[in-house]
Design a protein around this ligand. Structure first.
Ligand code: CU
Length: 736
């Protein structure tokens, strides 16, 4: 669906039409009654201002949601595929400069529609903000229809009880139970790969990335299947760069300017300018690990799940502090090689992208709420797709979110990394749709066993393997969060990784946590101990009644030979990155703070997930709930200002990772308690800067943040991508 945004009786047509499709019969109903508003109004679903009333009639879940998921085939040779270690993408200045639309600061030079101009070209960054910066390094990324394989291992098709079962070939014919080779899955990948490219960036050296839509081309004659943005648009967001609105790739911007559509269509391109410039020109605002991913309105989950994930570590060369050279600055692990084209690679500094998926078993019916909208008519849903056996299975609108039963790291399930016997830096990213992880470093005598062989079935098969005898044997030294290097390192037995969050750690492979040295050939498993069988929240974790048998190895480290190591493990009191200042009078700003409450709307359907009682409206900014000063200010901030914002989880029994675009925030209060006094004793997210507030059921977080550098429309939203796509998002803006 690509409805225009015309208002119909105070409600965007998009909302009405999509909502009207509930249960499949809704389209007919909406058509029969014109725009459908009378139908909704008669039913009492509309409040006077046109929003869906949170007190509206509760629709039963039956008929709306189909919670059946396939059981993925069992990987027969786990921990044999090597972990892919990304290399830096090479710049392409010639390609871009020779193109019909060369990049530049001139009018209309920001996209192929020629209707947008870069707000701030790097050479125009003012001297008092650290400028001028040099001309940007030019990269090109094509969004392409290609394939990806999650394993090279043979697989055994199993049923939900873990027993071998029949499967299907590409023509849909039955294949008797037994070993199979897994067919590759269809992706919409950045440069056709999953994960997509990694750009190694540096503060002070801007990058311009031209994203170009090639999704209409199908050189491999692939079946497009039944998920991904139906009109093949893309919209890329660099999460969470300090970026001008026109380069931010968010739907509040895209629906009102630039493409004036959910995203950029086939053949279109956009030059996203990443200034690699800290907020306010302040070194204390520097970050260390971004990623870029799709952000098309209503289809972000499907597009990310279909492969639109890329990596963007950012280094800080100032005083050699964090430039990927362990002989300088903070001496964090990393051995840098500068390439002739200006890019560089850093050995011993490895991003780890976590992503869970499900593979089609050929017998699970593809039946989705969105079928009523005719989004993928060629799929002929609802029906089974035996011809898609072994390929990624997606459901756009499950009740509880989407969690997979196959866990992957850098695009490969159960990979192995042979490590030198020294220290490494790992950059963790959760690129999953809904899954939260909790990681530990464990040793196991018996090694991994398939959950099926251990007698598990159903949801307990998620992750496929367990190391039930395993014990924690190493610790992580956490050095960075979403917001970059922390003020001091944290020693962690385990840490949680919520969707879109980043955590960077140092692992010392020379010794165990009890001090004994490792030896060549020793094996350590990075292990997920959070059991999360639905997208609602965890079932079991360290904080909530750990299941001692749920130890799912996701990555195997094998220790090799000694190697030179000039890095230094930072001492517990080592200053890594100073926090930006908090005004002494921040408490005086509390009464007039902006308040946003995420909640589950009782109307259900496409607008199941609300903020301040409203579904996402891409054309307007949301208003705050009434604060203690008696105001309900709009989420509109002046450029250069700072404010306190509160985000509350109003729904019981659900967790929400809520992400705020543009600047990192610093939590000042959690659940009514001042956390600025002794942050190290509280929640680990409160010691440093973040761009995503991880909200437990009922939690409230108040944070301080700035609005510097640019003007324009931005968004904040739940990063459980199912929630985001079903309206848990709001528009806000920075005004001149
Ligand atoms: Cu959510």
């Amino acid at each position: 669906m690509s409805e225009e945004s015309a208002e119909a009786g105070g409600v965007a047509r998009r909302t009405v039409l999509k909502w009207g499709a509930i249960g499949g019969a809704g389209v007919a109903l909406a058509t029969a009654q014109g725009v459908g508003v009378p139908f909704l109004a008669q039913k009492g679903f509309l409040s006077p201002d046109g929003a869906f009333a949170a007190t509206a009639e509760v629709l039963s879940d039956g008929g709306l949601y189909i919670e059946n998921f396939p059981t993925s085939p069992l990987i027969l040779s786990p921990f044999t595929d090597p972990l892919p270690v990304p290399k830096a993408l090479h710049p392409e200045p010639q390609t871009l400069i020779a193109s019909p639309d060369p990049p530049g600061p001139g009018f209309g030079q920001q996209n192929s529609l020629h209707n947008e101009t870069h707000q701030l070209w790097p050479t125009d960054i003012p001297p008092d903000k650290g400028g001028p910066y040099p001309e940007p390094i030019l990269y090109k990324i094509d969004v392409q229809l290609r394939t990806h394989s999650f394993t090279t291992s043979q697989v055994m098709p199993i049923d939900k009880n873990g027993r071998p079962t029949e499967s299907f070939d590409e023509s849909g014919k039955r294949v008797a139970a037994g070993k199979r080779t897994l067919p590759p899955s269809t992706i919409h990948g950045f440069n056709g790969t999953f994960p997509g490219p990694m750009i190694n960036a540096e503060y002070g050296k801007p990058a311009l990335v031209r994203f170009e839509n090639h999704l209409e081309e199908n050189p491999l004659n692939l079946d497009r299947m039944d998920f991904g943005s139906p009109d093949h648009t893309f919209l890329t967001h660099l999460h969470n760069g300090h970026t001008a609105a026109e380069s931010d790739g968010n739907p509040h911007y895209a629906m009102t300017a630039g493409p004036q559509h959910e995203g950029f269509r086939a053949g279109q391109s956009v030059d996203q300018l990443y200034l690699n410039w800290p907020a306010g020109g302040d070194d204390r605002e520097k970050q260390s690990f971004f990623w870029f991913h799709d952000h098309v309105m209503d289809h972000t989950s499907a597009n990310v799940y279909k492969g639109q994930v890329g990596l963007y570590p950012i280094y800080d060369p100032k005083d050699g502090m964090d430039m990927g050279d362990e002989r300088q600055g903070l001496r964090l692990p990393g051995v840098r090689t500068d390439n002739p084209d200006g890019s560089f690679d850093v050995k011993y500094d490895i991003p780890l992208v976590f992503f869970d998926c499900r593979l089609d078993d050929g017998v699970t019916i593809h039946k989705d709420f969105h079928d009523g909208l005719g989004e993928f008519p060629a799929a002929g849903n609802p029906r089974t797709h035996p011809e898609w056996w072994g390929k990624t299975f997606f459901k756009h609108f499950p009740n509880h979110g989407f969690v997979g039963d196959i866990f992957t790291v850098n695009g490969i399930t159960t990979p192995v990394l042979n490590v030198d016997r020294r220290k490494y830096r790992f950059r963790f990213l959760d690129a999953s749709v809904s899954r939260i992880y909790e990681f530990k470093l464990m040793s196991s005598t018996r090694g991994p066993r398939s959950s099926a062989s251990l007698g598990y079935g159903g949801d307990e098969l998620q992750g496929q393997f367990r190391i039930e005898d395993a014990q924690q044997s190493m610790r992580f030294t956490q050095i960075a969060t979403d917001g970059g290097l922390m003020p001091f390192p944290l020693t962690r037995d385990s840490f949680e990784l919520w969707p879109a969050k980043r955590r960077e750690v140092i692992i010392d492979f020379t010794r165990y946590m009890d001090g004994t040295p490792t030896t060549k050939g020793d094996v350590i498993y990075l292990t997920n101990v959070m059991k999360m069988t639905t997208g609602r929240m965890w079932d079991k974790s360290t904080r909530f009644g750990l299941d001692p048998k749920y130890k799912v190895p996701v990555l195997k480290f094998v220790i090799g030979d000694n190697a030179p190591d000039n890095s230094v493990m930072p001492a517990p009191d080592k200053l890594l990155r100073e926090l930006p200042p908090l005004p002494a009078n921040w408490r005086s700003m509390l009464d007039n703070r902006l308040i946003f409450e995420v909640q589950r709307g009782s109307a259900g359907g496409e607008i199941e997930w609300l903020i301040n009682g409203k579904p996402f409206d891409p054309h307007n900014v949301l208003r705050s709930l009434k604060n203690r000063a008696g105001n309900s200010p709009p989420a509109s901030q002046k450029k250069g200002s700072f404010n306190l914002w509160e985000i509350r989880n109003g729904g019981g029994g659900w967790v929400h990772p809520v992400h705020f675009h543009q600047e990192e925030h610093r939590t000042v209060m959690r659940n009514g308690k001042d956390v600025t006094v002794t942050p190290e004793r509280g929640h680990p997210d409160d010691v440093s800067r973040e761009d995503l507030a991880a909200l437990d059921p009922g939690e409230s977080v108040i944070f301080y943040r700035g609005f510097r550098g640019f003007t324009g429309p931005y968004v904040a939203h739940c990063h459980n991508l199912m929630h985001e796509d079903h309206a848990m998002m709001f528009g806000w803006e920075i005004t001149p």
